[in-house]
Design a binder for this molecule. Sequence first.
Ligand code: PLP
Length: 359
Amino acid sequence: MNRFANFCAGPASMPTAVLERAQAELLDWQGLGASVMEISHRSADYIEIAQKAEANLRKLMGISDDYAVLFLQGGASLQFSAIPLNLGGGVVDYLDTGTWSNKAIKEALRYEALGLGQVNVVAKGDGKDVPSIDTWQLSDKADYFHYCPNETIHGVQIFDTPKVDAPIVADFSSCILSEPINVNDFGMIYAGAQKNIGPAGITIVIVRKDLLGKASPWCPAVMNYQNQLDSDSMLNTPATYAWYLSGLVFEWLLEQGGVEAINKLNRQKAQALYQAIDDSDFYRNDVNPQHRSIMNVPFFLADSKLDKLFLEESKKAGLLSLKGHRAVGGMRASIYNAVTLDQVLALVDFMNDFEKQHG
Ligand SMILES: *Cc1c(COP(=O)(O)O)cnc(C)c1O
């Protein structure tokens, strides 16, 4: 068996221990005589799996009973539409820092066009830096303020939660569980699972319960957070197997010492990689150092004619998926929780060797 170092941005690397456990439990889950995939989401066995996953996520993130935790489908992208329908209606503020926050704005604008609310973009970044908060044009009474703490494609991260008056809604798809946060600072946190949790197909929504119950009459039932809370995220058939795998990842993370422990490793990984980039004239990262993502590290070779060779040779060295997103070009290493420090150090060694040969 060969498991390479996988730097894919998403769906991304998962902990080997989790995949091994899923493999061991695949055909017969704990003596049930069937796979988790093959049982009713209404069965007592499945409900136990689902509730345990939620309880462990609450423990990992310190989520209080004031918040609902939902396990939904449709990816983070469907939340771009669900958020204005559930929490909007009046003026809604958005910070634009890159591809993903921009996509969220585009979906909110569809409702503005229908006369359902008004979208205010408070500031727009250039994909390399975040406009300073003193320049933001915040509304007086916004229903919410939306931002993306980690722009997966540009590698731009906002580490401090913005101090704004409106409830904060944040797309944590590529940085959830990578560093400790205070959930109480947020109105809503959401994340597609396939970056830092588990497989694609499930989306975590953590939303303050007092913000619910005001959804637009146009909101589809499966997108209505109050409906989903009332039915324990089982208004229709949930993504049962992805939910189970996410639960295994939460258990794994607790065994690693939780979010604080994994954050220490994440900081070491990012530090090693940025250091290698900064120490060389052969590689370059253009993001303001204060906003460099600890999860997604885009970098460029000084001579882009070597890009193809870099990708071929890195693959031969067991380092997968380093091609940058087409919107940015160059390379990108996504170093989520499941990517180990050793794997990142192997990438750094490869980069140094490649530079020696071709620099
Ligand atoms: C990947 C990603 C998305 C899109 O997620 P889907 O689950 O594919 O809809 C949205 N936001 C961020 C920050 C992402 O990284």
